[in-house]
Design a protein around this ligand. Structure first.
Ligand SMILES: Cc1ncc(C[n+]2csc(CCO)c2C)c(N)n1
Length: 217
């Protein structure tokens, strides 16, 4: 943990190498509009729908991380993250959908494009196991930490549901979850090369961009 905070480990090298991809993924239209408080209600309704499906995928992937966990501490960390998905995050969707003024009307093309993110991470988990799981999930979580932390620093009026979603990803327990994932990446065995980590990380970010663009289709 100290290493991940001081920035000297593998995850720090990975984040530095992927810095441009991370910045680009945080600048896509949906995240820019959520940050600016200007998102169309129908677009956010579609996002809520596909996002809730992705969070279910993330819960399944964390189940796989528990299965593959190399240490007790790894099991505990993933179980904590999984707990927050099935409690705090699941409740967010139930509440946000109930109060949101627009209906989610998803075209087949939008569904297909958004579904690619889940397909990608489930495939990576099945094919490459624990190292790909923690690296892919770090890409996904670091993206949300980055854009949501930047967004909370801006004095903008947003719909309460949007504001709440942003705040959820700029404070604990989410911030602890990201620090835990960084420590797991730091502890990966040396035979998994930095180049592979960068491939998994940037491939996940590319799918994140397609996912966030899907709600405009
Ligand atoms: C599209 C999309 N990408 C990343 C996140 C960030 N995130 C928050 S909780 C969680 C699962 C636990 O690792 C992840 C990946 C998200 N919510 N939706």
């Amino acid at each position: 943990m100290a290493d991940s905070l001081s920035g000297g480990g593998r995850s720090a090298r990975l984040l530095a190498a992927a810095g441009d991809d991370l910045a680009a993924a945080a600048r896509v239209r949906l995240l820019t509009e959520l940050t600016a408080g200007s998102v169309d209600p129908e677009v956010y309704a579609r996002y809520l729908r596909v996002e809730e499906e992705f969070v279910h995928t993330a819960a399944r992937v964390l189940g796989a991380a528990v299965w593959d966990a190399p240490r007790w501490e790894s099991t505990v960390g993933h179980a904590r993250s999984l707990f927050s998905l099935v409690t705090e995050q699941r409740e967010y969707f139930a509440h946000a959908r109930a109060q949101w003024p627009a209906a989610a009307d998803l075209s087949p093309a939008a569904r297909r494009a958004a579904g690619g993110l889940s397909e990608h991470v489930l495939r990576a988990a099945a094919d490459h196991g624990y190292p790909a799981i923690v690296t892919s999930m770090l890409a996904a979580e670091q993206l949300y930490l980055t854009w949501c932390t930047a967004a909370t620093g801006r004095d903008v009026r947003r719909e309460p549901a949007v504001q709440e979603w942003i705040e959820l990803h700029a404070r604990a327990p989410f911030t602890d979850q990201v620090a835990f994932l960084r420590a797991e990446v730091d502890a990966l065995p040396g035979e998994v090369s930095d180049a592979r980590l960068l491939d998994w990380f940037t491939a996940m970010l590319a799918e994140e961009c397609r996912f966030h663009d899907a709600v405009f289709r």
